[in-house]
Design a protein around this ligand. Structure first.
Ligand SMILES: Cc1cc2nc3c(=O)[nH]c(=O)nc-3n(C[C@H](O)[C@H](O)[C@H](O)COP(=O)(O)O)c2cc1C
Length: 367
């Protein structure tokens, strides 16, 4: 049984564990003749890389990606693209204490119950180390999505939200939190320093936005674009909630308030007054920005002891040493962007496959 692949026409399979010799992925179905070298992928991995500030895990991994197949003279060939990253900074002894004990909030118990065997070193396959390969594959997906801009930002840490009136995309790359509001970034620095020093951790909310997405992506009934985006984001480690557009807040609006009114613009373009829908209607993209948010729980590996049980049925206390992110939401930002890119690339190819003459912009009349 295989559950390590996703996507239909643009299909990604990842493999590897946190403390194995390497992690990797195979991207199958990528169109040929796209310019692709390691230099196109590396910058995205560098944004997710551990050890870059005191607010993320101190594991020092260079995360240098190698393309092993699927390109020739800097172009994709249409054959499977195999990507590999070596694991270089493993400290398995840090995990001796959780060999037989289950960390509350982590995957230790369920892996043991399901498989009866568990690579406890760094969490094995349940470790978010695997998400490096999603980021690498996402960089390939971005090549398929020419003209589409995908960006992400941390919009809430613990209970503290950004002020949307001060949203500045440029600021996202200028602080350690991918925070679009410089004042919030300063507050978060103090909050997270305190949480880290006290052996605790904090949750976060991330927003990902794709602009320039053509209308028509997504296939009702069981291939809805919003459903696939939700599944992709929910599949990121530690994610406990996903919203598209207005999300849960839509329940508190009236029909009038939630209506994204339409009017005709120049050249037959359909213009929207708002984007409560988050760029998807009936499971199909509208041509407006796709907007999704996901909530990430606080890191479960903490230095404060918590009650738990062990493999032998004994009640124990667990505290986790080792190097952990005090707020895993920070490094989840590039991962969320990558998952959105992967879903959109797959849907773009699926849409074009079924409907090659569909308009690339929201224009009327259609013909
Ligand atoms: C980028 C990223 C980094 C993470 N780093 C850690 C970590 O250092 N320690 C930890 O306990 N969990 C970490 N996690 C979360 C665990 O991988 C996750 O909680 C665990 O696999 C259990 O799965 P679940 O929370 O989805 O149920 C991280 C998650 C992400 C997205």
């Amino acid at each position: 049984m295989s559950h390590n692949s996703f996507g239909h026409l643009f299909r990604v399979t990842t493999w590897g564990e946190s403390h194995g010799p390497a992690i990797g992925c195979v991207v199958d179905g990528c169109p040929p003749r796209l310019a692709l070298t390691e230099a196109d992928i590396q910058p995205f991995l560098d944004r997710r890389r551990p050890g870059q500030s005191k607010f993320v895990t101190q594991r020092q991994e260079p995360d240098q990606v190698r393309i092993l197949s699927g390109t020739f003279e800097g172009l994709t060939t249409g054959t499977p693209i195999s990507l590999l990253i070596e694991n270089t900074d493993q400290r398995s002894k840090d995990y001796g204490e959780i060999r037989d004990r289950f960390r509350p909030g982590h995957a230790d118990l369920t892996y043991d119950l399901k498989y009866g065997i568990r690579d406890y070193r760094g969490g094995g396959r349940s470790s978010a180390r695997e998400t490096a390969m999603r980021v690498a594959a996402g960089a390939v997906a971005r090549k398929v999505l020419a003209g589409v801009t995908i960006r992400g930002a941390l919009v809430q840490m613990g209970p503290d939200r950004v002020d949307r009136a001060h949203w500045d995309w440029a600021a996202v790359e200028e602080n350690a939190f991918f925070c679009p509001d410089p004042a919030a970034a300063i507050r978060w620095e103090a909050m997270l320093t305190e949480a880290r020093k006290s052996g605790s951790s904090l949750g976060a909310v991330i927003e990902v936005v794709a602009e320039g997405v053509p209308p028509g992506l997504g296939a009702p009934i069981y291939g809805k674009l919003d459903a696939d985006i939700a599944a992709a984001l929910m599949g990121i480690n530690a994610v406990k909630g996903v919203e598209i557009g207005e999300g849960f807040a839509a329940a508190a609006l009236t029909g009038e308030g939630n209506a994204d009114e339409m009017r005709m613009g120049p050249d037959g373009r359909v213009l929207f007054g708002d984007n409560h829908a988050g760029g998807v209607l009936g499971g199909i993209s509208t041509g407006q920005p796709i907007v999704a948010r996901f909530a990430v729980k606080p890191t479960s590996s903490i230095l404060t002891p918590r009650k738990s049980v062990d493999r032998f049925g004994q009640e124990v206390e667990v505290l986790t040493k080792g190097r952990h992110d005090p707020c895993v939401g920070i490094r989840a930002v590039p991962v969320g962007e990558a998952m959105l890119a992967l879903v959109l690339a797959d849907h773009l190819l699926r849409h074009r496959g079924q409907n090659p003459d569909a308009p690339t912009e929201a224009r009327l009349p259609r013909n």
